[in-house]
Design a protein around this ligand. Structure first.
Ligand code: FMN
Ligand code: NAG
Length: 302
């Protein structure tokens, strides 16, 4: 039996003891929770290495190795719009050409749409098997290996390599970045490093570009904006697009060509402007830009 003085002591300090007990229980749960989070993070890390596994062949690139490969060089980029799911259609339509080499750039958000979550949204591994697609690049590829003097710089090599860059879809965010000259990821860095004078890279010997008619050596960036109707109607969109299409556009012998969006019911349920131009028209614009594409033997006529 406890003496009455001990009981008295316990009773007087009942709040202190319950406080200690609550803290102790709390610590136990907190630790369990931390362990659980850690476990989940590890699982996520593992999942990541498989879903973002780099499709072969390796994307390491030296533009000078490809100068005389007898092919047109298309740099196709997608940024974070739902219309990214049209990328497989665009690639498949271009697979019939024998002398076309394509490198695909994906912003982080764009890659989210191509994770194998639906038939029309295959994984990058599946996409990598499409003919003519020679590499897929993500932002992390810029920093694959710690850079030292003499190493090539991916966004510069991609610029040198490309005969034309097509950003389809171009998100509202990436449009703003282009207009403001921001360049904090791979797609925007290539566009920011574009040879806007045509004096740095020059055209490759024997490679005829439609754009060469209007300016001897300036290569074109074509963009296909795609966004929610409210985003599209926002006044800032017009300002950014005016810069690209008027100030830097083809009409002023510039290097940008805007494939204007169309009106339709959007994936988000709103109806109105801002939907990406039909993917077939984007393919047609690419074909027009490369007038000497050669179809493979037996390729289906479209
Ligand atoms: C499911 C989903 C769909 C989206 N669709 C669009 C879109 O069609 N157009 C757009 O401009 N932004 C869209 N966004 C928002 C962009 O993904 C977001 O602004 C992102 O920062 C764009 O980054 P990026 O330009 O680097 O790709 C969407 C976001 C989500 C989650
Ligand atoms: C593609 O093939 C056609 C037909 O042979 C040729 O005229 C053209 O120069 C080739 N394109 C490139 C970029 O080499």
């Amino acid at each position: 039996m406890l003496s009455s003085s001990t009981l008295g002591y316990l009773w007087e300090n009942v709040f202190l003891f319950s406080y200690i007990a609550v803290i102790a229980v709390g610590l136990v749960f907190y630790n369990a929770h931390l362990a659980y989070d850690l476990h989940r993070l590890e699982a996520l890390g593992k999942a990541d290495t498989t879903t973002t596994k780099r499709p072969s062949p390796s994307p390491a690139l030296k533009a000078s190795d490809h100068v005389n490969d007898g092919k047109y060089h298309l740099l196709l980029a997608a940024t974070g719009s739902v219309a990214t799911i049209k990328i497989p259609n665009i690639l498949s339509a271009l697979a019939k050409y024998e002398n076309l080499s394509i490198r695909l750039l994906l912003s982080n958000s764009a890659a989210e749409f191509l994770r194998g979550q639906a038939d029309e949204q295959p994984t990058l591994e599946q996409i990598a098997k499409i003919k003519n697609l020679d590499a897929i690049y993500r932002n992390a590829d810029e920093w694959q290996k710690p850079w030292v003097r003499g190493d090539s710089i991916l966004h510069i090599e991609l610029r040198r390599w490309a005969d034309m860059m097509v950003i389809a879809p171009l998100s509202a965010n990436s449009l703003a970045k282009l207009a403001l000259g921001m360049s904090h990821d791979l797609v925007s860095s290539v566009a920011r490093a574009w040879d806007t004078t045509g004096l740095i890279d020059g055209l490759r010997e024997g490679v005829r570009l439609a754009s060469a008619g209007r300016d001897s050596a300036r290569k074109v960036i074509m963009v296909a904006p795609a966004m929610n109707t409210a985003m599209w109607n926002h006044p800032v969109t017009k300002r950014h697009l005016d810069l690209l299409s008027n100030d830097w556009g083809a009409d002023s012998r510039g290097w940008f060509e805007v494939l204007q969006p169309i009106d339709k019911g959007l994936a988000c349920g709103d109806t109105g402007g801002g939907a990406m131009k039909e993917w077939k028209e984007i393919v047609a614009a690419i074909e027009t830009g490369f007038p000497d594409l050669r179809e493979r033997e037996g390729a289906k006529k479209t």
